[in-house]
Design a protein around this ligand. Structure first.
Ligand code: SAM
Length: 285
């Protein structure tokens, strides 16, 4: 296990369960966001994302869920994701321990080929939980979105006395539309399941205040810590893979090099001036 700290932002390279158990004080974290391996066979830099049985995956998940809840302050919030097929198990497990306030669907479109013989998966579920439904942070004013129906059509709500125009802004519902991180986006890093900055902005703005501590035990490209820093929060990120930790050191702690190795973002194919540039197919006349 290695630990890097700079300006209130801590990065651990190590196993999430061990670091949570041994390094994080109980009742110390304001907001935890967890985007773990989904047990669907992704390749995390050579580390397989597939457990021998569903039961062994779930038992592993329950071990870090319990630890996260132990580390969360009594007024803290817990957001957790996993694949559509495993989220029902998380839901049943968590509803005995915390209040599940929202079952969020992060919905996105895809230009790529999806399933042809069934309906392709175009969303990822997120559970938003709190320990105490009478004492938790929810900054609704910070996350308002445009209220499209009513206001956009300049309708008047005649059920109100006196009648009033519809609100132009509202607190988002539980279906969130954010584009997935694509190769051409400036935030893109070399990781198979990077989460969008916009998704973490909504969560961190809503469920924490400046100066609060935000923890992500499976940090990947450290999107959570990056956004936490941008919004004036403190952060703790844990990640097992050394290459992904290097992304975090560059992205969050702005390190230029470590042990003599330069920490630069890999140039995109179209940014380099070499023969590997993408060429467009031009049909012969
Ligand atoms: C779904 S990805 C997280 C992506 C991240 N939210 C982002 O925006 O980039 C899960 C991450 O967990 C890491 N991981 C897998 N097993 C781990 C473990 N036991 N402890 C810590 N990290 C682990 C993987 O290397 C992978 O980067």
């Amino acid at each position: 296990m290695t630990r890097h700290e700079r300006d209130g932002h801590i990065i651990f390279q190590g196993d999430a369960v061990r670091v949570l158990r041994d390094e994080i004080p109980d009742n110390s974290i304001d907001l935890i966001f967890v985007d773990p391996p989904y047990n669907i066979g992704k390749n995390f830099n050579g580390r397989a994302d597939k457990w021998v049985t569903d039961e062994s995956y779930l038992n592993w998940c329950y071990s870090w869920i319990d630890l996260c809840l132990k580390k969360l302050k009594p007024s803290g919030s817990f957001y957790v994701m996993t694949s559509t097929q495993f989220i029902p198990y998380f839901d049943i497990y968590l509803r005995e321990k915390v209040e599940i306030l929202s079952r969020i669907v992060w919905s996105y479109d895809s230009s790529g080929v999806q399933a042809k013989n069934y309906f392709g998966s175009m969303y990822e579920p997120i559970l938003f939980c709190v320990k105490n439904k009478n004492d938790y942070t929810f900054n609704s004013e910070e996350i308002l979105v445009e209220a499209k129906t009513g206001a956009k059509r300049k309708l008047i709500d005649y059920r109100k006395n006196p009648p009033q125009p519809y609100n132009t802004q509202k607190v988002p519902g539980n279906v969130w539309e954010f584009a997935r991180v694509r190769y051409r986006m400036s935030e893109y890093e070399n990781h198979p399941t990077q989460k969008p900055i916009a998704l973490l902005e909504r969560i961190i703005k809503a469920s924490s205040n400046p100066g609060d501590v935000v923890l992500d035990p499976f940090s990947g490209t450290f999107t959570t810590s990056y956004v936490a820093k941008k919004l004036g929060r403190k952060s703790i990120g844990i990640e097992i893979d050394e290459d992904f930790v290097k992304i975090g050191l560059r992205r969050v702690q702005q390190l230029q090099e470590i042990n003599g190795e330069k920490l630069q973002r890999e140039p995109k194919i179209y940014e380099t001036n070499n023969t590997h540039q993408l060429t467009l197919f031009e049909p012969k006349p």
